[in-house]
Design a protein around this ligand. Structure first.
Ligand SMILES: [Zn+2]
Length: 490
């Protein structure tokens, strides 16, 4: 890609990338899609298997109801229309980790169609269409590494064979690697909110293939596409697409031809390699699965499942901005996971000033969690603790310096904020003479507010309390200050 990098911007400008994504998401069912074997990740190889998922002759599949419910829930969250009757189909191909010689999937009548995901774009959201969402079983896994004889042998683990998946196919609506990245981020967020998958990419619970082509800007017809398979992070997908787009452009600039093929991304080298020529749908000889009845999800079952649908991230962000008076940016950060959003909202509602809670969570809590490599559910400071600290700060009882100090102590000792505060709270000044001196100074320095107070605007007292608290570095006893102030102001 040396040639392109030199005149990159102008050359790239002549072309428009077209990107579509296929995402496989593993459903969090206890058992596999067509048998009772455990679907849990990480068991010793070939221990979660039975005649059905080993593809023994005569073994018959029985559909897992929970897998259907999860797939429908995901489809509803993605705005898809769920088909009342969908059909399972056999996708025939040979691979060592596919003992049956076919995968049970769905083909011309998938479970759901016509959804979309909104991604942020300059000048408002952009809708990326979802062509279809269908159910299928996973294949086993070939292990090419990690054994003493891996140089000349490969091993097969069939624990994953028959684990339920949904495949979510987008329309070719994305026009840059950045849009693909945004789409995947939103998709993962929505799926995580529904709880149907943990979307753990390291464990393969979310896998992505990208189709990309390039056409001269202004041309209607799509260029020849290549597919990039099984990239295991969103960052790498963006990188792989950037590389692949440049590769297409370079070939086109030289008057060459793009070959339709499947390519693999090598993250260490940051480039893609040809793997095989791309198969077409007819290569798979799809036909309806004779061992399974049509899948019927009627309107009443769909309605039943829809009741499990949580408030989705986008709607939640809008509501939080409206109800809690926080910024779009706050809402974005605070809804990044459903748990964080739940916890934040709980604290924000318990505290006097939700915006202050939003600030504390982002500036004081999340930074410390990140530094310690902790998740929100592992935080020593509970949301109740955050709410208390926000109120103390709001009332001027502690300064932000003291708050930081108390947070540090809580994290160092793995202790919640309320108990650290009880123990460490600054000694309160109850010496009336000392307080009166501070009050006199505050009154002398703020004649305008004194006038307002005396004219009947008694709410100004809050201002004076705050000033005295500040002067005492948060160590005055607020009730006492209040009492003394009232006396002094007459
Ligand atoms: Zn099984």
């Amino acid at each position: 890609m040396v040639a392109l990098s030199q005149s990159s911007a102008t050359v790239r400008d002549k072309y428009e990338p077209v990107i579509g994504l296929e995402v496989h998401v593993q459903l969090l069912t206890r058992t596999k899609i067509f048998c009772g074997c455990s679907a849990q990740f990480g068991a010793p190889p070939n221990t979660n298997v039975c005649p059905v998922c080993l593809g023994m002759p005569g073994a018959l599949p029985v559909l897992n109801r929970r897998a259907v419910e999860f797939a429908v829930l995901a489809a509803q969250a993605l705005g898809c229309q769920v088909r009342e009757t969908s059909i399972f189909a056999r996708k025939n191909y040979f691979y060592p980790d596919l003992p049956k010689g076919y995968q049970i999937s769905q083909y011309d009548k998938p479970l759901a169609e016509h959804g979309h995901i909104a991604i942020p774009a300059p000048g408002g959201d952009k809708k990326i269409g979802i062509t279809r969402l269908h159910l299928e079983e996973d294949a086993g896994k070939s292990l090419h590494e990690g054994f003493s004889d891996s140089g000349n042998s490969s091993y097969i683990d069939l624990n994953r064979s028959g684990v339920p998946l949904i495949e979510i196919v987008s329309e070719p609506d994305m026009r840059s690697p950045e849009e693909a990245y945004e789409y995947l981020t939103r998709l993962k967020e929505i799926i995580l909110y529904t709880g149907v998958s943990d979307c753990n990419m390291e464990e393969g619970s979310l896998r992505c293939d990208a189709n990309v082509s390039v056409r001269p800007r202004g041309q209607e017809k799509f260029g020849t596409k290549t597919e990039i398979k099984n990239v295991n992070s969103f960052r790498f997908i963006r990188q792989a697409l950037e590389y692949e787009i440049d590769r297409h452009i370079e070939i086109m600039e030289e008057g060459g031809k793009i070959h339709q093929e499947t390519r693999l991304f090598n993250a260490n080298e940051g480039r893609t390699y040809s793997m095989r020529s791309k198969e077409e749908a007819h290569d798979y000889r799809y036909f309806p699965e004779p061992d399974l009845l049509p899948l019927v999800v009627d309107a009443s079952w769909q309605a039943e499942i829809a009741k499990m649908l949580p408030e989705l991230p986008e709607a939640r962000r809008k509501r939080m901005v409206r109800e809690l008076g926080i910024t779009d940016y706050d809402a974005q950060v605070l809804t990044s996971s459903r748990l964080l959003a739940d916890q934040f909202e709980q604290a924000a509602k318990a505290a006097r000033n939700p915006k202050r809670v939003a600030n504390l969570v982002q500036s004081e809590l999340m930074g410390r969690l990140k530094a310690k490599g902790l998740e929100i559910e592992q935080s020593p400071i509970s949301m109740k603790g955050v709410a208390l600290s926000a109120d103390l700060l709001e009332a001027g009882i502690i300064s932000s310096k003291i708050l930081k100090d108390l947070y540090d102590k809580a994290f160092a000792g793995g202790e919640d904020f309320p108990s650290v505060y009880e123990r460490e709270k600054p000694q309160q000044i109850t010496d009336t003479a000392a307080l009166e001196k501070m009050i006199d100074q505050v009154i002398a320095a703020n004649p305008k507010q004194v006038e307002q107070y005396r004219a009947g605007k008694t709410a100004v007292i809050g201002f004076f309390v705050g000033q005295v608290m500040k002067a005492s570095q948060g160590q005055a006893k607020p009730e006492l200050v209040n009492e003394l102030l009232k006396k002094k102001l007459g």
